[in-house]
Write a protein that binds this ligand. Structure first.
Ligand code: GLC
Length: 435
């Protein structure tokens, strides 16, 4: 078993639970064409707010339904955008007027969500944007933001990034003191200037100096020492989890050669916020494989939904969540409590292994169903019993010279005899009880 680098946050539940729901929901959900639309279309505040702030009225919002959809899919935690880059806050922050209670919706949208997910025993995570395209003291830089191509010097006159940092710290304090036990804090993101440039010129980029990350980190550890912190504050050791985004790694993620806790975040279709016209939706098959793939490399999957401006999940999202839930209902034993298999077990090309170290069970996820036989290197003599996980039907094992000789395999190969017909599940799983 690989041992991960120790970090201060409580990651014990996290590496057991493996599967969470990311939720991107804000004013951009009304634009329905990407959560960065304020940046892409270079909106000024007045125009943006005239459209979206003035019309934010999610009349179908019922967080019980979201929590149920997540829980039925097999997800064990959720991470919600308390504020995204646009600056709009879902909760009743005392530090800004730019919040859900001041829209036509007229109330705090975060508390009922936290209650609903907690009510289903799910852990609570807050995504919070370091970036803010609305705050009057956030320095305009040349990299991102709606005003990047305008006269930045003129627009920056009178702005004081440290006042913004005070606001950021104050809001994080609210989030960590007004919602009970917070399990995950997910900041997004730092983009420091190039090497050799002045790191405190915040019109070139923004790193730890722009957020006063170290001070923020201390406050977080004081308020909620256990919280799992992502890796985007731009401080070398101030994180618990690495967060590859929209990309699956080829092996367990390491830092200085040591494996670390990691979580891939992925979307259904590309954009994080609700996107009406995107056609690049992944199939249930691909999504299930993505989850398996993450766990097979010792990681988690945080899978994103972008609820609509009316506050519900659209049919495409519901279909995928249901499909994953159907698979999870029969196969979650190969996900929860599981991790990468010990190095001595090398999985065949068309398979992914996960391993439950407490139960000593190896799970073979068969991505391409072979004809009749599956040859598993190094496992001869090591398996006490084998079954298909979906229906607990026994699978015969043949550590048989007659077979291995014919196809020229090493003698320690275990050959499983499979039914000719692939079981009628998204990804069939073989459960091996090791001796
Ligand atoms: C990116 C994007 C963002 C999204 C995030 C999730 O950094 O800025 O829109 O929230 O990825 O990881």
């Amino acid at each position: 078993m690989l041992k991960t680098k120790p970090t201060p946050g409580d990651t014990k539940w996290f590496v057991n639970d493996r599967f969470g729901m990311f939720i991107h929901w804000g004013l951009y959900s009304l634009g329905a064409r990407h959560e960065w639309l304020k940046h892409y279309e270079e909106f000024d505040d007045a125009d943006y707010d005239r459209r979206y702030f003035k019309h934010f009225d999610p009349d179908l919002y019922n967080p019980e339904l979201w929590a149920q959809a997540a829980s039925d899919a097999g997800m064990k935690y959720f991470v919600i955008t308390t504020k995204h880059h646009e600056g709009f806050c879902l909760w009743d922050s005392k530090l800004t007027d730019y919040k859900a209670p001041n829209t036509p919706y007229g109330k705090d949208a975060l508390t009922p969500m936290v209650d609903a997910f907690r009510g289903r025993n799910m852990k609570v995570g807050f995504y919070h944007s370091l970036i803010d395209w609305h705050h009057p003291h956030y320095m305009i830089d040349k990299v991102i933001g709606p005003h990047r191509n305008k006269d930045r010097d003129a627009l920056n006159a009178g702005r004081d990034q440290m006042k913004y940092a005070d606001y950021l710290h104050g809001q994080v304090r609210e989030l960590l003191t007004q919602f009970g036990h917070v399990d995950v804090l997910w900041f997004d993101f730092s983009y420091p200037c190039k090497e050799g440039e002045n790191r405190t010129d915040f019109s070139l980029g923004k790193g730890r100096e722009a957020w006063r990350s170290e001070e923020l980190y201390k406050m977080i550890r004081q308020l909620q020492p256990h919280v799992i912190l992502d890796d985007r504050l731009d401080i070398p050791d101030g994180w618990d989890v690495k967060t590859p985004e929209q990309v699956q790694p080829t092996e367990w993620i390491k830092v200085d050669g040591t494996p670390v806790v990691w979580e891939a975040c992925q979307t259904f279709s590309g954009s994080w916020g609700y996107h009406r016209d995107e056609a690049s939706w992944k199939s249930v098959d691909m999504l299930v494989q993505m989850l398996i793939d993450s766990v097979s490399k010792g990681g988690n999957l945080l899978l994103n939904v972008g609820p609509t401006g009316r506050g519900d999940l659209d049919q495409r999202a519901l279909d995928r969540l249901q499909g994953m839930g159907k698979w999870m209902a029969r196969h979650n034993r190969s996900i929860y409590g599981c991790t990468q298999a010990p190095d001595e077990f090398k999985s065949p090309t068309d398979c992914r292994y996960t391993y439950n170290p407490d139960k000593k069970r190896l799970y073979v996820h068969v991505l391409a169903w072979p004809y009749r036989h599956l040859h598993l290197p190094g496992l001869a003599g090591k398996v006490e019993y084998a079954q298909l996980l979906n229906d607990a039907s026994e699978l015969k094992m043949k550590a048989d010279e007659w077979i291995t000789k014919q196809v020229q395999l090493p003698a320690d190969t275990l050959t499983m005899e499979l039914p000719v017909q692939k079981p009628d599940v998204t990804v069939p799983v073989i459960e091996l009880f090791l001796k």
